[in-house]
Design a protein around this ligand. Structure first.
Ligand SMILES: [Zn+2]
Length: 134
């Protein structure tokens, strides 16, 4: 698979959202990298993939993610992390940009939350269809 090239990080406001359970879908909005439009995405366990699988395949590089403030490199490389990073790719028809959204779904004492680590605008050279069919 082609390497994902990061264009820039999208600024976010709130980043933690309580949900009912781990299979809940989260409606998550952010502003377009070109400004103006608000993009509405739906994040979920079933439509996301493990970040580790893309790192192992060389599609994404932890150092690139750390440079874009997704998390500290030591956290990104931590194999004992209890709640693995997940990602979803969102292809926006309105602006024709692609976005990589990195998050996790964690449970604490029976309460579930999504934490969004970042939204990155990425180059459109990868095959997005692989992800939409999951
Ligand atoms: Zn956009």
């Amino acid at each position: 698979m082609n390497k994902i090239l990061i264009i820039k990080k999208i600024q976010l406001g709130e980043s933690t959202f309580p949900v009912e359970n781990q299979n809940s879908k989260l409606g998550f909005n952010f502003y377009c990298g070109n400004g103006g439009i608000k993009h509405k995405t739906i994040l979920s366990l079933e439509n996301s993939n493990l970040l580790d699988s893309s790192i192992e395949s060389g599609q994404i590089d932890n150092k690139d993610l750390a440079q874009n403030d997704i998390d500290k490199l030591q956290n990104l490389e931590d194999k004992k992390r209890p709640f693995p990073y997940r990602f979803q790719i969102y292809n926006c028809q309105e602006c024709n940009n692609n976005y990589l959204i990195i998050f996790d779904i964690y449970e604490f004492r029976g309460y579930y939350s999504f934490t969004i680590y970042g939204v990155l605008q990425i180059e459109s050279t990868i095959s997005i269809n692989n992800y939409e069919q999951n």
